[in-house]
Design a protein around this ligand. Structure first.
Ligand code: SF4
Length: 485
């Protein structure tokens, strides 16, 4: 929402954050694609017939969710003036917390096409407007005495590097900031560090190691003395505990013309029932693109994944649960983004045709040849069936560590008469495996290591399901992809 030009309030509005106490979760609501497909709380304008703000909220709750008898309704002491649509002056939102019974389910009106009950961290990431996310922070802080420590205090999300991020950093007055960038931004990293330093006055140290995901954020010993990490290019993974308070800057890109992209899809002869998946940078394009596809006669679907994913339509190279949730309703998937890593993983995980559409280059790649990739992987597995000595790789990064999986694989290997040792790494580097006396490896860290980078390693590198195929515990068909949850 934009800040108002004037402080005179032309109209009052209300919004309600519906939560359950046990477990502490929030209901969030999605507007239909024609209205942006964004996630919001219940909200509406105060009408002359409403006795006061709370009465207006109770009416909105009835109209938008069918909620007749809410639990306690509590002001969050959070008012946000904003420029009204259509130049109708300055309006003001007043936020309330509304407790609901865990058994309650909303009856949706035409205002929303989907409702979900999610953890506070997911709500604070997925809600579209900054002031919505701030309200969730306030709600979590308000409930701390009753429900325990604020589960989202350490994670903030920003669309871009800019004033909002700078203000949030200044508020925290960190003695030192750790800045971590993905490999694609290393050339700009020192300029970005300079920009943050100038805007906040805080020293910024660059983490020398670029990040591949929100799973490998900087560890405290990589940037000693850092009190906040700023991580660019990734969305948080809600189900991992971060070693430092972390501000994610998702580097959202507004670009791509939905109508032109739909023309490309039509010209490419793609099936009408399409599942949409997008990289984080292009998530803002999903709703308008979905809307245009609907207008063009397609049946697009967007799935919602498990607690490793922050947004609908999102996928990680290690988690395609959102796409899998709509597999029965689609004949192919369309990935909005760049690169092959996610489309290949999507094809392996879902066994559906997968097309990749680069929204900026406006180019549609041919479908992923899943059969060829699976054949190659199966040949690799077959070549390791007689391997005696196995190295089982474990990453120490918070979001990649699967020690329990590694121990289980080691037990199975030994049970079948093989030798197996566990090797721990932070980032796994092919050079660290040279000269070791293993016949083959199984990788429990990022699937990229086994799928994308397999050729870089001196010995065959399998995923955990492939290892079980090599042991004869799983059949080669159907091929099973490695996922995290
Ligand atoms: S484990 Fe790999 S695919 Fe999963 S989030 Fe991390 S970098 Fe991405």
């Amino acid at each position: 929402m934009t800040e108002p030009a004037s402080s005179a309030i032309a109209r009052e509005c209300v919004e309600g954050y519906l939560y359950t106490a046990q477990p502490f979760e929030l209901w969030i609501f999605r507007r239909p694609p024609a209205r942006g497909g964004i996630w919001v709380p219940v909200s509406g304008k105060v009408e002359p017939s409403d006795a006061d703000l709370e009465a207006a909220l109770r009416r909105e709750l009835r109209e938008e969710t069918g909620l007749e008898q809410p639990g306690p309704v509590t002001p969050l002491d959070w008012q946000v003036p904003f420029d009204a649509p259509g130049g109708e002056g300055t309006w003001r939102l007043t936020a309330f917390a509304v407790e609901v019974d865990p058994a309650w389910r909303p009856a949706l009106s035409a205002e929303h096409d989907l409702a979900e009950r999610v953890s506070p961290s997911v709500a604070s990431v997925r809600l579209h407007y900054t002031d919505n996310r701030e309200a969730v922070q306030r709600l979590a802080a308000r409930l701390e005495p009753r429900l325990g420590p604020n589960p989202i205090g350490a994670v903030r999300v920003f669309a871009q590097i800019g004033p909002e991020l700078f203000e949030a950093l200044r508020e925290h007055r960190p003695k030192r900031i750790a800045l971590q960038v993905p490999a694609g931004l290393v050339r700009n990293a020192h300029d970005l560090a300079e920009e943050i330093r100038e805007a906040t006055g805080a020293p910024v140290f660059l983490a020398g190691r670029p990040c591949f995901g929100a799973c490998d954020v900087p560890m405290p010993d990589e940037v000693p003395g850092a009190e906040i990490a700023v991580v660019l290019g990734h969305a948080p993974i809600p189900n991992i505990v971060l070693p430092l308070p972390t501000f994610f800057v998702e580097m959202r890109h507004p670009g791509g013309s939905p109508s032109r992209l739909v023309e490309i899809v039509r010209a490419g002869g793609l099936p009408m029932r399409l599942g949409i998946v997008a990289s984080v940078q292009h998530l803002d394009l999903v709703a308008p693109f979905e809307h245009e596809l609907l207008r063009a006669g397609f049946s697009p679907k967007v799935g919602t994944g498990d607690r490793r994913l922050s947004y609908p339509a999102q996928a990680l190279g290690c988690n395609y649960t959102g796409a899998e949730s709509i597999a029965e309703d689609v004949d192919a998937y369309l990935f909005l983004g760049t690169g092959q890593f996610h489309p290949i993983g999507l094809a392996l995980a879902t066994n559906r045709p997968v097309y990749a559409l680069d929204p900026l280059q406006e180019s549609l790649a041919p479908p992923i040849d899943r059969a060829a990739i699976v054949r190659r992987r199966q040949l690799l597995v077959a070549g390791t069936r007689d391997a005696r000595r196995w190295g089982i790789l474990v990453s120490t990064f918070a979001g990649q560590n699967r020690t329990a999986t590694a121990l289980s694989l080691q037990f199975r290997a030994r049970r079948s008469g093989r030798e197996a040792e566990i090797l721990t790494f932070s980032r796994i580097d092919p050079r660290d495996l040279e000269g070791r006396a293993f016949d083959a490896y199984v990788n429990t860290a990022c699937p990229r290591i086994a799928i994308d980078d397999s050729d870089l390693y001196p010995r065959p590198m399998l995923t955990p399901p492939e290892f079980l195929m090599a042991l004869g515990e799983l059949p080669l068909e159907p091929y099973r992809f490695d996922t995290y949850h």
